[in-house]
Design a protein. Structure first.
Lengths: 264, 246
């Protein structure tokens, strides 16, 4: 053991212990949010405001990225399929990739960047400027007032944005496939119909629902537990974006292992 | 009105409160005076039920705060209005929305017109004009923010108002404004006030009763004159720093 080896080990152990504690606190926070979601008073106006912020506010980035994702996917798929003489399958392969995987995952990642960071910053600023304490002293539960509307809005908007991603991504692939790569329209559409099952689309939409919950809980928690002034808010926002992005990818792998891995 | 009995609180190995006994009569202003880290904020958080004591208790209007949980605690908090050190106004809301917030959350059936009338009424108490209603906190001076915060604390007519370091970081003129505001709220509305502060000049101006907190205990308490004559070494040292300047 090198000199100073013990303190370094203790520090590492303490960091792991702190991370586990933080994760546990976040789970209790999630349970608390669910508990407050079913208790009156209900505030539909706050949910609508958050749906506009998370959903409508993310429409531009989701429409832009989905269209170009479809365009690029179609061209890359065409490059690969042409070597096998299977260009007709480009539409179907792009559609199934979008529906099952790319639409929910990329939508979640883009919404984290745009709205997740905003959620964490807003709640974090309210925490360090005592606005959350003030709310509590006014007999208003901050979890119910701040977190519940963001969770419910995420649950509503993530699937909707994923559907937008699906539709525009396929539109981009269609335009590239038919008008640039000159794939015959008949096989392009026919193989889409035969390859893509409605359950593939529902698979992606269900996944986006889970992603919405994960992103809302992590970004709200990071803001809610922020401390240390503006520097602390900045750090909590960075942690919110990193943690929720990694969580999305981990949940996705878990989901795919459970469904595709078992042949469902 | 407020009765603190043998209050003890520790955070890990750090014993913050070591047996606080304090009474605040109805309609009076009690100032808890003390330096940084003396336990003032921890004491106030026990009064409003944000912290649970390790030993001892707090009664507010004969309600034992530490025994309350959940909805009962939420309801009990309606007895209080609180003015925070940095005002803690909601920066995404206008003055109207900020001041109306506790009232609207208490009774969501109150009409917008009635809310506005009540807000204007309370703004008059703190000498603010109706014209600031559509403004955001960032568009107000520090002194105006403090007065809006007091109007918000008073909107639901609470019997008790708590002030957390209300004059910290303010210039002398604004400090005087805030002192007058605290005295005015007591005189016009008859509220019971608890102020935590390390501003000796302001404390002597607004207090009916002063309690000097030192090392988690009350070193001296009584009227401002009685505290001024205290022989406790820390109190003498703490006050002499200011009185020598006068």
């Amino acid at each position: 053991m090198t000199p100073g080896g013990f303190p370094a080990t203790f520090r590492r152990v303490r960091r792991i212990r702190d991370a586990i504690e933080d994760f546990g606190e976040m789970l209790f926070f999630a349970l608390d949010t669910l508990r407050w979601a079913v208790r009156p008073p209900f505030r539909p106006e706050l949910i609508l405001v958050q749906m506009a912020a998370i959903g409508v506010g993310s429409v531009f980035i989701v429409t832009t990225t989905s269209f170009f994702t479809g365009v690029v996917l179609a061209l890359q798929a065409n490059y690969a399929m042409r070597q096998l003489g299977a260009e007709g399958y480009v539409g179907g392969s792009v559609a199934i990739s979008l529906a099952r995987e790319l639409a929910p995952v990329l939508t979640a990642l883009f919404v984290i960047g745009r709205s997740g960071s905003a959620i964490s910053t807003e709640i974090g600023t309210m925490r360090v400027t005592e606005q959350i304490d003030a709310m509590e002293t006014m007999a208003v539960n901050p979890v119910q007032y701040l977190v519940v509307p963001r969770l419910l809005a995420s649950l509503a908007m993530f699937p909707l944005l994923t559907m937008v991603f699906d539709a525009l991504g396929y539109a981009g692939a269609y335009l590239m496939g038919i008008y640039v790569a000159r794939i015959p329209e008949g096989p392009f559409l026919e193989h889409t119909r035969t390859l893509v099952d409605p359950k593939d689309i529902f698979h992606g939409i269900f996944k986006s629902l889970i992603f919405g919950a994960v992103v809302a809980v992590i970004t709200c928690w990071r803001g809610y537990s922020a401390s240390g002034g503006s520097k602390g808010v900045g750090e909590s926002t960075t942690r919110a974006v990193v943690a929720s992005s990694i969580a999305i990818l981990l949940v996705d792998v878990g989901f795919v292992l459970v469904t595709v891995g078992s042949g469902k | 009105m407020i009765r603190v009995v043998d209050l003890h609180k520790a955070f890990g190995a750090n014993q913050v409160l070591r047996g606080i006994d304090l009474e605040v009569e109805k309609g009076t202003t009690c100032v808890i005076l003390g330096g940084s880290g003396s336990g003032k904020t921890v004491l106030m958080k026990h009064v409003i039920g944000l912290l649970k004591p390790d030993r001892g208790t707090v009664f507010v209007n004969d309600v034992e705060m530490p025994k309350l949980e959940g909805l009962a605690l939420t309801e009990a908090r309606r007895m209080f209005g609180m003015v925070f050190q940095k005002s803690a106004l909601f920066d995404s809301m206008t003055v109207l929305e900020n001041v109306a917030f506790p009232l609207h959350e208490k009774d969501r059936s109150i009409s917008g017109k009635e809310l506005r009338r009540r807000v204007v009424e309370k703004l008059e108490v703190v000498d603010l004009a109706e014209s600031i209603l559509p403004r955001y906190p960032s568009e107000l001076s520090g002194g105006m923010q403090k007065r809006v915060a007091l109007a918000r604390a008073l909107i639901h007519d609470p019997p008790v108002v708590l002030y957390d370091e209300p004059t910290t970081g303010l210039d002398p003129i604004t400090t005087e404004y805030v002192d007058d505001m605290i005295v005015g709220a007591k005189q016009r509305l008859g509220v019971t006030s608890m102020v935590i502060s390390h501003d000796i000049a302001s404390s002597f101006k607004v207090a009916d009763k002063l309690a000097v907190l030192y090392d988690g205990q009350i070193a001296a308490q009584g009227t401002p004159e009685e505290v001024r004559r205290s022989q406790h070494p820390h109190v003498k040292k703490f006050l002499s720093l200011w009185f020598e300047k006068q």
